[in-house]
Write a protein that binds this ligand. Structure first.
Ligand code: PFF
Length: 477
């Protein structure tokens, strides 16, 4: 059977943007920004999205569109090496790890959405009375497991529909709905008392904080950029493998990154005015689950018309999460379909069955060797997998594909974007991997031991060596 392709160009853009826009935007982005210097951090973050995110997206797109297979097949075929194919399995594993915790969080959201919606017609949502206690009761255990199953089933249902009738159609509905609802919510939130103070908090242009902590800020900014753009998991390779026409990949990557940033900023414009309007101090509210499910839930409980707002809000989050989770499930599914010739149905059933178990581990959240599973998977494990995964793709594009990557990037791209091809390859092959290793080092605090300038020096030397190697090895530049 012929491999499926996107029906329309906008279909691919919305599917990829749908993958990018998710919990990372609504749940993490506003807090990371507020915690790290507001709009000054936003500027750093935008710089990273532009200089790391967009080239990274392009790298995955180039591998996907040229390889026309799941990450495993694409890496193997393009390199002619079984080793790279084996490395592709790394992305299948990353996707399963991601989906395992994401589906549990998606389940929480489904529950809150259901509770809020039933509050429209019946008694007020159960979480209104005591948000903290309520969340504590449902976050882990059989409850969490049940809703994880429900969210996973929804995800599987969309992916079962295939590329066009499932993912493309689904995201064509979900993405515009997310945008329209979020804009509506932001306008509404802007009319709350205290909105001005909220904006001042969220978008404070705190250069001093950024300058004083520049290298501490880089880590979170880079980590956030990867997660939110769905980079390093092979999703973008997989989605790009369904493109069958030559069109400008740089243009698509830029649009996707811009849409993703827009949603993050919008989410903050909703979240902070809500908290401020109730006198909740966001600086005291921890980021993460607590913020969304306790802080905001408490706000909804007290606002006039809070049930409606809560329903719309959790509705947005459900849609955003779903359009991301389907992209995670599609990776292992495309792997089984491409490599083992499985039918889509069987492949979905098989992977979903596996994630019932691995997600179950996150839902029941036992402590293994002193570490709670959920926090470990959602935090350090996923962060590391994505960073390592992206570094590998970048090196693959720079060193293994080389000229082929340039040709692929140029095909369908207009003059200006074709002109950036060579600098892009240089960045992808050498500068960005070094930068990512560097941020990984600062995240674990190596720079503290080594000192700031020596760490920079190490990065520069390695970068220069890699560039020199690239020149002689591939005679490229
Ligand atoms: N970008 C998604 C978010 O911001 O929630 C998360 C994500 C989806 C990460 C798909 C990685 C991925 F492959």
């Amino acid at each position: 059977m012929a491999r499926e392709t996107w029906a329309t160009r906008v279909g691919f853009i919305l599917a990829a943007a749908g993958s990018a826009v998710g919990l990372g935007n609504i749940w993490r982005f506003p807090w990371v920004t507020a915690d790290n210097g507001g709009s000054a951090f936003l500027a750093v973050y935008l710089g990273i999205v532009l200089l790391v995110g967009v080239p990274g997206l392009l790298a995955e797109f180039v591998v996907g569109r040229r390889g026309k297979k799941s990450p495993v097949g694409a890496l193997r075929d393009l390199s002619g090496s079984r080793g790279w194919g084996l490395w592709g399995v790394f992305y299948v594993i990353t996707a399963i790890a991601l989906l395992s915790f994401y589906s549990v969080v998606g389940g929480w959201i489904l529950r809150y959405f259901g509770e809020s919606a039933s509050g429209l017609v019946g008694a007020p949502p159960a979480y209104f009375a005591a948000p903290g206690q309520y969340f504590g009761g449902v976050a882990a255990g059989p409850d969490a497991f049940g809703f994880h199953l429900l969210f996973l089933a929804l995800t599987a249902l969309v992916v079962l529909g295939g590329v066009r009738r499932g993912i493309e159609l689904g995201t064509k509905v979900m993405m515009p709905a997310v945008l329209v609802l979020l804009v509506g919510l932001a306008v509404w939130a802007g009319a709350r008392p205290g909105a001005a103070a909220a904006y001042a908090f969220y978008l404070a242009f705190d250069v001093a904080t950024v300058r004083a902590n520049f290298f501490d800020v880089l880590g979170p900014a880079a980590g956030q950029a990867l997660f939110t753009l769905s980079l390093g998991a092979g999703t973008m390779i997989t989605y790009a493998s369904y493109i069958d026409e030559d069109r400008s990949l740089p243009f698509d990557a830029t649009v996707i990154a811009a849409l993703n940033t827009l949603v993050g900023v919008l989410a903050g414009l909703v979240v902070f005015p809500l908290l401020f309007s109730l006198g909740v101090d966001p600086a005291q509210t921890s980021p993460g689950p607590g913020a969304l499910f306790v802080g905001l839930a408490g706000a909804f409980a007290q606002l006039p018309g809070g049930v409606v707002i809560a329903t719309a809000f959790f509705g947005v989050v459900v849609l955003a999460a779903l359009s991301s989770s389907i992209s995670m499930l599609e990776i292992p599914v495309s792997f089984l379909v491409d490599e083992y010739g499985l039918g889509r149905r069987r492949a979905v059933a098989l992977v979903a069955a596996g994630v019932v178990a691995t997600g179950g581990l996150c839902a029941f959240n036992p402590t293994i060797a002193g570490t709670a599973v959920f926090g470990f998977v959602a935090g350090p494990l996923v962060d590391t997998l994505l960073t390592v995964g992206l570094i590998a793709v970048l090196l693959f594009v720079g060193w293994v594909m080389g000229r082929d990557a340039l040709a692929e990037l140029r095909s369908g791209a207009g003059g200006p974007s074709a002109a950036v091809a060579t600098p892009w390859l240089l960045a992808v092959g050498a500068v960005l991997p070094v930068f990512l290793v560097f941020t990984l080092l600062t995240t674990v605090g190596v720079d503290a031991g080594l000192g700031f300038w020596p760490t920079v020096l190490v990065a520069v030397v390695v970068g220069a060596a890699a560039v020199a190697g690239l020149r002689t090895e591939r005679a490229l530049l």
